[in-house]
Design a protein around this ligand. Structure first.
Ligand code: PRP
Length: 213
């Protein structure tokens, strides 16, 4: 049997996704053991899993090191990897927002300073509104930027809203809704397409059952 190589995002989202794949018959119990291994195989199920950094999953899939993978819509919007987006897994749901001080009022006479981990999404969002901006590209703890005067607003992921609230900030505009997507390498889809179709066919009813609850 052809092995299906699957890149999953390391962390809480990846563990949820693995739970879904296991329920669909693609389990590999050693995956959840507390160790630092990054690759796991289940010969009987014909699957090989990789734990990748969440923002790198699409790179493994785009370049064919993994046949399929799971990436957040935020990463797909930011990097636009050349992959097939097969399915919305409905996991890791959150929003991408512009956020700042609740009383922030944009002054169109001034360039808006926006701190973000997503410079491409940020440029596209404000270009569509013909708003001139200065993108400040940060790698994390984005909420700090407006508080210490580095930026006017941020464009970032909001899940529970707790990080914003606890730092005296609030969501100001919703940019898009985000969730985890199943993606596939384009060329590898020709060779292992039957395996990918089978996996999608087993996952879809599980997602429907989840939705109807
Ligand atoms: C993300 C995001 C927000 C936070 C939102 O950061 O960038 O900071 O989670 O979650 P909440 O609405 O539930 O509070 P992450 O934890 O990935 O860390 P980072 O700051 O290093 O990017």
């Amino acid at each position: 049997m052809d092995y299906l190589n699957i890149a999953l995002p390391k962390g809480r989202l990846g563990e949820k996704v693995y739970g879904l794949f296991a329920a669909a018959g693609y389990g590999c119990p050693a995956m959840l053991e507390p160790n630092r291994k990054l690759i796991f195989e289940n010969e009987a199920a014909g699957v090989r899993y990789f734990w990748a950094k969440p923002s790198d999953v699409a790179i493994y899939v785009e370049r064919g090191a993994a046949d399929i993978g799971v990436a957040g819509k935020d990463i797909l919007l930011e990097y636009e990897p050349d992959v097939y987006e097969l399915m919305d897994l409905g996991l890791g749901r959150c929003r991408m927002c512009v956020a700042g001080f609740r009383d922030f009022r944009d002054d169109p006479a001034r360039t808006l300073r926006v701190a973000t981990k997503f410079p491409n999404i940020t440029r596209a969002y404000y270009a569509a509104r013909s708003r001139q901006i200065d993108v400040i590209h940060l790698n994390g703890s984005i909420e700090l930027a407006p508080i210490v005067g580095l930026s006017d607003v941020i464009l970032d992921i909001v899940e529970t809203g707790k990080t914003l609230l606890e730092n005296g900030l609030a969501p100001l505009e919703t940019v898009s809704s985000i969730s985890a997507r199943l993606i596939a390498n384009k060329a590898r889809s020709k060779f292992v397409g039957h395996r990918i179709d089978e996996l999608c066919g087993r996952i879809a009813p599980l997602l429907e059952a989840e939705e109807s609850q």
